[in-house]
Write a protein that binds this ligand. Sequence first.
Ligand SMILES: [Zn+2]
Length: 452
Amino acid sequence: MTRLHFASALLPSGWANDVQVVVAAGAIAAVRPGAAPAAGDERHAIALPGLASLHSHAFQRGMAGLAELRGDSTDTFWTWRETMYRFALAMTPDDVAAVATLLYVEMLEHGFTRVGEFHYLHHDRDGSPYAELGEMATRIAEAAEASGIALTLLPSFYAHGSFGGAAPHHGQRRFICSVDQFAELMTASRNAIANLPSANIGIAPHSLRAVTPDELRAIIPLADGGPVHIHAAEQVKEVEDCLAWSSQRPVQWLLEHAPVDHRWCLIHATHTTDEEVAAFAKTGAVAGLCPITEASLGDGIFPAREFLDAGGLFGVGTDSNVLVGIADELRQLEYGQRLRHRQRNVLSGGAGRSTGRTLFDDALAGGARALAQTAVGLAPGARADIVTLDAAHPSLAGRTGDAVIDGWIFAAGGAAIDCVWAGGQKVVEGGRHKLRQVARERFNAAVRRLVA
Ligand SMILES: [Zn+2]
């Protein structure tokens, strides 16, 4: 049992002072506001709950910053994707483990305590299945275990190169499964996470580009009640291709033909009409927004204000992992809306409300729903995922309550994070994960070889 004491902590009911948190067996056993620090309490200034990155492709951390050289033609998502394919095609299971371990270490250093890993790099470099079908899933699980991050594994079903069941192209060979093979892969993936106490599993039909309607119907039951994540309407070209195929837009098609409900998470949903936004918000499905990646790839800007006004719920994901940080994602989300509407504090939810606090609360709730976590936050029964901020950071000086979150998100960024407990284990101290050095050396060795 560990006893922590915080001068100030953000509880589900709001900010409280002098909060003692008792941790036992990886979970929060008790939360006692207004408690004087006791002998043996480990004392810190400011505590927040950890947040989920609900959408990650871990292997892409290895190519962060490598697609910033302009190509011959208009440089879009589709040219970035070629770089990504070249990188993906070269990686061994050891490379994936090295890259994922460093990524999860970095996520924890930035306050992400759970990751939704949308995992599609399944097969060997020539496209043939590994002797153990779940080889890559096992490596992801190992990385989660080593780092301490909680894992929601979302094996991705990927079968086609474009809408209407077009054949996949050669660059996609490591991603491709038949429905039967995917069912086996789900079994192998369940085995891969069996020994991780905080892990759970869902499914991720990759997109309407990669999955036919019949296949979608066939694989949804494999989620067995777990989350269902799908990329949708990230790109204008994708919307145009979907219209040509079905006379409907991707989000429209999903809402009319798939059983989209609170178990679902539509990743990006960038290009959605007012009608789609209203209907999407009503389903209880989460919008999985990845603002840094969407900006990096030139995708566009999600109509977040309209979605929230309609009662929609969002969470954030680090997606391509080109830059990892809670503050960075939430700041980019708000700044995109400011640029779009030419206003300030667009997502605050009303006059007198803190933008940072509203974004944080929304992302906590949306991340939890999207990854099927019923208990999150600093409350008894939740996994003990706790983040402390450095009260001595200049951008937090003199702040209390919600102003602390605003100072962190809009000014200090990740440098304000001091300690992180993941499942009750203190894995980050002074902003450094205990595995940082080892994970960096292993990552660097793998990436030096891959970029050579
Ligand atoms: Zn993605």
